[in-house]
Design a protein around this ligand. Sequence first.
Ligand code: ZN
Length: 394
Amino acid sequence: MTVRLYRTDPYLLEFEATVTARRQYEGQQAVVLDRTAFYAESGGQPWDTGSLSGVPVVAVIEHGGEVLHVLGAPLAVERVSGVVDAGRRQDHRQQHHGQHLLSRAFVDVANAATVSFHLGAEVSTIDLDREVTGEQMAAAETRANEVIWSARPVRVKTMSRDEAVGLGISVPSEAKGEIRIVEAEGFDVQPCGGTHPRNTAEVGVVLVAGSEKYKGGTRVRFLCGHRAVAAFRAGRAALDRLGLLFSAPLSGLSEAAARTVAQLDELVRRNRDLHERALDGEARRLFATASSSPPVIVGVYDGWPPADLRTLALRLVALGPCVALLGSRGDKAYVTLAQADGVGHDLPALLQEALRELGGKGGGRGNLVQGAGERAEALAPLLERLAASLRPPA
Ligand SMILES: [Zn+2]
């Protein structure tokens, strides 16, 4: 049985130990030690990382009743010097203890119990057994921070189940033997196997980062200590960039953004209107210049989307009996063929002929057909030739 040094000293980062067993875990080497300062993943808190005699420890898990140190490279020696990653350990102490305080604060302000906890790589979550309001969320955050800033001692004790139950501590039914209790003086007592600071002040600050309804309760995302500072920095950098973009101070940023969005909406509306008018004008111009009867109108454009060709074609045939052979050159060649009711050409056949030449495909039936091909350079002469075939001989 491995002696878990972190339980009595969560600040211990270096230790000596002996390898007592060698295992394989998911294709990687792992060792069991007689004693360890590495925290093995459990209770929502991830494992520690670090090294054993210079060999990276990539995971620490409880498996088959043993604490397995999963290694990133072979480890030859029996006596090892262990080093736990200090930054990760401190981060986990801050997040995990912040969770205890926030969970207790939710009990106090909203009678909401924590049913699960996950310490994530970026953000941590607690799941509450009921829905909480925004005011309750803010009150719990404030309460937890007051406890952090009052710098209360944090103590770890072990006691029998009866003793713990006698103190009013809710002990999980699966807990066996001695119960390990983590106490934030005068505020919270709960059974826990995780790594905690000596004093609530080490948590620094707890920030509720967001929440959502979850399984009839509430999932609360939160950040403590270093993570809260990093999140503030990232948020401030984003706001600074927005401030530059909108030429506004923080206090006027949302008004400036709302004003810009309103201006954009107006511009989009005007642009749509001008676009409609431009297509209308183009239709009238083309119709006026056509000569044969009924007019066979050719229009070739650069970079027009197929939707504009379609709109122009519909406007042309609405002006009077005519045939419209329209195309647009760009990354592809787009073709739209249309005719007014009663003109009577076989447009689908005409389109197939065009697409054979353009190397593409398309479809439609009756008086409006559209297609696209690869050979944009062939478009203009092709449409002129098709138009000539439709015009009555002079
Ligand atoms: Zn805990």
